[in-house]
Design a protein around this ligand. Structure first.
Ligand code: SF4
Length: 226
């Protein structure tokens, strides 16, 4: 694995991978510039941590950790992403991939090769607001990834970060309807923006919490985080 670098490692979390004690491998670089993003170091930073060191750490945690979360940034941009996924899986860990879904080919290959056990897919905004929120017009590749994941049968969740200056109740309703229209019946998390954080875009650093009480849904489970 010589020469492969990642950005950072969080040795333990119970929150990021449902029901799975995990660590998080962070990968720098992102192809979006979401206005509410507060991961400046990951979006603009570099991968400076030797992956061999991470593998040594993982070997020492066998039997203690069950899962490894690969997050970013947008981890599918890493040119060695398949080596990273494979190496972690070969150590016996369940692999969760966090992705914005705009790199369809990489997600498709990772799922088809059974390199990931669980995926968290960001749904940035309804189509008409996607560019305003993510600063790139990449709704179509996101949508292709979403459709593929629904058909694939892989275990995954969908999540939206909610900032009240960018999204409103009608947007949440529209995203619920979009997901259900494609046949999605899993968990859909609305993650409230953490007020007070410094962001990479120009949004107020305070946000009202999302109100999901009146959102109509039939198949999926709508949940709020924070
Ligand atoms: S919030 Fe947006 S800009 Fe920040 S890391 Fe995630 S996808 Fe990239």
């Amino acid at each position: 694995m010589g020469g492969i670098r990642v950005a950072d490692l969080t040795p333990f979390t119970l929150l990021d991978y449902p029901n799975t004690p995990s660590c998080i491998i962070w990968i720098a670089g992102c192809n979006l510039r979401c206005a509410y993003c507060y991961n400046k170091e990951l979006v603009f930073g570099r991968n400076g941590l030797d992956f061999d060191e991470v593998l040594r750490f993982l070997k020492s945690r066998k039997g203690l950790l069950e899962g490894v979360v690969i997050s970013g940034g947008e981890p599918t941009l890493h040119k060695e992403i398949f080596h990273i996924l494979k190496a972690v899986k070969e150590l016996g860990f369940l692999v969760k991939l966090d992705t914005n879904g705009t790199r369809f080919k990489v997600v498709e290959e990772a799922v088809r090769s059974s390199l990931v056990a669980y995926i968290a897919l960001d749904f940035k905004a309804p189509r008409e607001k996607f560019e305003a929120v993510a600063k790139k017009e990449l709704f179509l590749p996101f949508s292709k990834t979403l459709r593929f994941l629904i058909k694939s049968g892989v275990d995954f969740e969908v999540r939206t970060t909610y900032h009240s200056s960018l999204l409103n109740k009608e947007d949440i309703q529209s995203m619920v309807e979009y997901l259900e229209g494609l046949g999605y019946g899993g968990n859909y998390y609305i993650q409230n923006f953490l007020s007070g954080c410094e962001t990479i875009g120009e949004v107020p650093n305070r946000s009202e919490k999302a109100d999901i009480t009146e959102i109509k849904r039939e198949k999926l489970t709508l949940l709020c985080r924070n």
